[in-house]
Design a protein around this ligand. Structure first.
Ligand code: 3H9
Length: 693
């Protein structure tokens, strides 16, 4: 064996050189890896005893892409195209042996190899779009030449990881092997290529698949039309599409140049910076500074859920999906039956879409034990309470649970705003109590706020985070405060939205500004969807807020065909002249005069107080880091990932500008805009949220 450099070595096995990259964690194409491949290929080419070269990786995966940490830094070492040229132009066959994931630049390296062999469990993809990028090392030019334009368009704009068997069907992989025998099979394949004197196949020379799409712009037009909603607001999908168009219409080298130029443009833009930031933020969120890997994990085999309503049922589905037996408790047979029926109906809908099979439904339902007896939770290792959002009710439930649950069980509340410490105090074991704030619909939304109480034990926290990962959530550890992180910040936006409409903006103006900013919908459309009557009681209603007035008029949201908007049978929303009048009358009654509110003011007044609240949350230590807040907002509230999250967004605007604007609004509108001390400090120090460690 020859060591090429610290991350690459070369062995020659009876005429086949095996070049192994070993650069944990994911063999990303760092300067060292690029240099190692280049030198290794050159050495193998120069060695007369070598007839073919196998490129393989050690560790858990084939090359998972360019090294994202190098982006934006001055280039060092050989460039990726230089490495690729050495492989593609090698006078001996080069075979990629893929396991784990061949992603981005990793797949682009495999695409310049003359053949590709893959372990059956491997996956291939060009996920650059998820980083706000496009494959910048020939991926957009080579992929359609192998798999055709339609499949290439789908792959580059979705970033999907295609399983090796499907990749083989597309022609992307030449041979599938068992996972354990990848290396041996790749070497045998290399020998076969040599023995049969197979040609040095260069993907760049293939033309038949793209010829089929040449002169047919309608393919691209139709693709854009069909995916307009999915791509809304993002730059990268369109750039990816244009590159595939270039692959079809331009000679290969011209296409490469076009791809390169567009890659650089995206790389230097704000969206990709935000999406790359988010990539690391969504990994960092799992790191808990004071809870190390030596903290014991508690065994969780049985899960109990109290409450079979929308929340409880949705939460139960998460655990059923992951194979946990779940006991679900209700107080009446009717509510229990309804809850179980809803879970089944949800699964049936998913099956109709082809995402699970009928057998999956039965397997999951068989894990569910519905009961009216809370005592049945005595065996549960984790119990999640999802009852009515009322402190007295929750305390009562936890008091009873305390007497039933076995020692060592985790007792969790799904409260979205209440004081977890007060709930914990209703038990004799506050160290076992934690908040698990799922978002609705709980079986769909990715976010979980894990709420750490003052006395919550570290093993309870670590176990909860690990469980979150197992059920496919993205979890952020937060502290106890009203609304925790997400809802506490949301309350700021809701308050301003309500104030804005009394000052002269209309609900659809506010919604449009936030929609254009990139949210899936604005606060008023959101209220209509959720129902304006959440927490509203007719007997206590006193026409004191717009919401009350609308509820009194039976405009309770989409479900009644009217809320802030009017809805047709297909639930399409139209601005409501009735509501406009109601607002004007209500504002006039309060002695307000209507004024023109600019779009800029709407945006700033909705978003800046949220940023300010985020700063207070950090100041109080209720979130571990600014990027956790961003992860919460992207996953729980539809914050557009191409703007990173509220704290990242504030950094991109400039904290001095945010502070100055808050001060201006404080003068006009009062203490709601009083800047957080942390914000003032950061500005004084010329630092950003991103600089906080
Ligand atoms: C590209 O290739 C551009 C080219 O077209 C053009 C170039 C000219 N770089 O996710 P995990 C780190 S763009 C640097 O927890 P998993 C990650 O931060 C790239 N670091 O593991 C984490 O670090 P830490 C296109 C990277 O098993 C650790 O590895 N490729 C990179 O759940 C483990 O990661 C992609 O977008 C990277 N490229 O999932 C693929 N990737 O331990 C991005 C990971 O310090 N990567 N790290 O927190 C992934 O999708 C997943 O990491 C993967 C493994 C599926 C590979």
């Amino acid at each position: 064996m020859t060591t090429i450099n610290p991350v690459t070595d070369l062995t020659v096995d009876a005429g086949v050189a095996v070049l192994t990259i070993d650069s944990p964690p994911v063999n990303a194409l760092s300067a060292n890896v690029r240099a190692g491949i280049l030198a290794g290929v050159r050495q193998a080419v120069a060695d007369d005893a070598v007839k073919a070269i196998v490129l393989i990786c050690a560790g858990k995966t084939f090359i998972a892409g360019a090294d994202i940490t190098e982006f934006g830094k001055p280039p060092t070492g050989p460039s990726l195209p230089e490495v690729q040229a050495a492989i593609e132009d090698a006078p001996k066959p080069v075979i990629a042996a893929i396991h784990g994931t061949a992603l981005g630049g990793g797949l682009e390296v495999a695409l310049v190899c003359h053949y590709r062999v893959a372990a059956r469990s491997a996956k291939c993809g060009l996920p650059e779009v998820n980083l706000g990028l496009l494959p910048g090392a020939g991926g957009t030019q080579r992929l359609p030449r192998i798999v055709g334009v339609e499949k290439a368009l789908e792959m580059v704009t979705s970033g999907t990881h295609v399983p090796a068997p499907a990749a083989a069907e597309m022609g992307l992989v030449d041979l599938l092997t068992d996972d354990a025998s990848l290396r041996a099979d790749a070497i045998a394949f290399a020998r076969q290529v040599v023995a049969e004197a197979r040609p040095l196949r260069k993907v760049r020379d293939l033309d038949d698949k793209i010829a089929a799409a040449r002169g047919k712009p309608e393919i691209f037009a139709e693709f854009r039309r069909a995916n307009a909603r999915r791509f809304r607001g993002f730059d990268a999908p369109e750039y990816n599409i244009r590159c595939i168009e270039a692959a079809v219409e331009l000679p290969f080298d011209e296409g490469l140049k076009r791809e390169r130029a567009m890659f650089v443009e995206l790389l230097n833009g704000n969206q990709s910076a935000a999406q790359r930031y988010y990539f690391f933020a969504s990994r960092q969120v799992w790191q808990l500074p004071d809870i190390g890997a030596d903290t014991p994990l508690l065994p969780v085999k049985q899960v109990g859920i109290i409450g079979a309503g929308t929340m409880g049922g949705g939460i139960a589905m998460n655990f059923l999906n992951a194979g946990y037996p779940v006991t679900i408790v209700e107080t009446s047979q009717q509510a229990l039956d309804r809850g179980v029926r809803t879970i089944r109906a949800n699964y049936e809908n998913t099956a109709k879409k082809g995402r699970i099979t009928a057998a999956d439904i039965e397997r999951r339902m068989a894990l569910l034990t519905p009961t009216l007896q809370m005592e049945r939770l005595a065996d549960a290792d984790l119990v999640i309470e999802a009852v009515f959002e009322n402190m007295d009710v929750k305390k009562d439930v936890f008091g009873r649970l305390d007497r039933i649950a076995k020692p060592g069980a985790i007792l969790a509340t799904n409260t979205s705003a209440l004081d977890v410490d007060e709930i914990a105090a209703a038990t004799s074991r506050p160290e076992a109590v934690i908040g698990l704030h799922f978002f609705s619909p709980a079986n769909v939304m990715k976010l979980l706020e894990v709420v750490r109480g003052a006395k919550t034990a570290k093993p309870v926290i670590r176990t909860s985070m690990e469980l979150a990962r197992k059920i496919g959530k993205i979890a952020a550890l937060v502290g106890v405060c009203p609304g925790f992180v997400g809802n506490r910040m949301l309350a700021q936006r809701q308050r301003e939205a309500q104030k804005l409409v009394l000052e002269g903006a209309l609900p659809w103006d506010v919604d449009r500004v936030l929609y254009d900013f990139g949210f899936p919908m604005g606060p008023f459309a959101m209220s209509d969807l959720a129902g304006l009557d959440l927490g509203w009681v007719r007997e206590k209603s006193s026409s004191s807020t717009l919401r009350e007035i609308l509820c009194e008029m039976d405009r309770r949201g989409q479900k009644t065909g009217a809320g802030y908007y009017d809805y047709d049978e297909k639930r399409n929303a139209r601005p409501s002249p009735v509501v406009e009048q109601v607002i004007r009358d209500f504002a006039a009654k309060q002695g307000r005069t209507s004024r023109v509110v600019s779009e800029q003011e709407i945006l700033e007044r909705c978003i800046y107080p949220m940023i300010n609240e985020g700063a207070k949350i950090l100041e109080e230590g209720k979130a571990i880091r600014a990027s956790d807040i961003d992860v919460i907002w992207v996953n729980g509230y539809g914050w557009p990932v191409y703007r990173g999250g509220p704290m990242f967004y504030a950094d991109t605007i400039g904290l001095d500008k945010v502070l100055e604007t808050l001060r201006r609004y404080e003068e006009s509108f009062g203490a709601d805009f009083k800047p957080a001390g942390l914000l003032e400090d950061l500005v004084a120090q010329g630092r950003k949220f991103g600089d906080l460690k």
